[in-house]
Design a protein around this ligand. Structure first.
Ligand code: GRF
Length: 191
């Protein structure tokens, strides 16, 4: 699992695993690009190895991506799950894990995806457009932000009086259900 921040999706996945609901899925390693990411502490609470691959400390994007690739390869990772991971993966990592990198996005892709579309920006755009519904999407990651094949989606209504925060909370609740289920199904299909 790759994270950059709060890690509430990570927590939902770890909770599913602890409850025996992640099927063949097993979170073997959590990596954050930021040392202060709260998700690291969540991983430790579930006794899952957690480490920092610090983009800032590594100095360059190349050094960062190389360290990330080594960490994934050394840990014999089969599937890479992004959960609030805010860096773009280098093509060499996408190639190495082609078709086995998943992400969750807080909107109904292909709407409201792409560079700069994350966090409150997504929900603000949905509200500004006057959409009657939003939701979340689990998809396979390719070289472009938020573009790869969709694996699963859940819809939620946009309610009168919603702001980015209230909509985000409604979507996040569904993310926590959708992502563990999608990972479980994905891992079942692996040979
Ligand atoms: C979620 O809204 C997810 O869809 C997006 O980043 C957010 C991560 O939240 N990719 P958390 O760190 O899992 O709490």
């Amino acid at each position: 699992m790759l994270i950059s921040g709060g890690g509430s999706n990570l927590e939902a996945i770890l909770r599913a695993q602890a409850a025996g609901e992640l099927g063949r899925g097993q979170v073997g390693l959590v990596i954050s690009n930021k040392p202060e990411a709260a998700g690291l502490e969540r991983a430790r609470r579930y006794n899952v190895p957690a480490r920092v691959v610090d983009r800032k400390a590594l100095g360059s994007e190349n050094a960062f991506q190389a360290a990330l690739l080594s960490a994934l390869t050394d840990s014999k990772t089969d599937v890479v799950c992004l959960a609030g991971f805010l860096r773009k993966l280098a093509p060499v990592i996408i190639q190495k894990f082609r078709g086995r990198i998943l992400n969750i996005h807080p909107a109904l892709l292909p709407k409201y995806g792409g560079a700069g579309m994350y966090g409150h920006f997504v929900h603000e755009a949905v509200i500004a457009a006057g959409d009657a519904e939003s939701g979340c999407t689990v998809h396979v990651v390719d070289e472009e932000f938020d573009r790869g094949p969709v694996l699963a989606q859940v819809r939620v209504p946009v309610l009168p009086g919603d702001n980015a925060e209230t909509l985000a909370a409604r979507v996040l609740e569904q993310e926590h259900r959708l992502y563990p289920q999608a990972i479980t199904r994905f891992c079942e299909g692996l040979s």
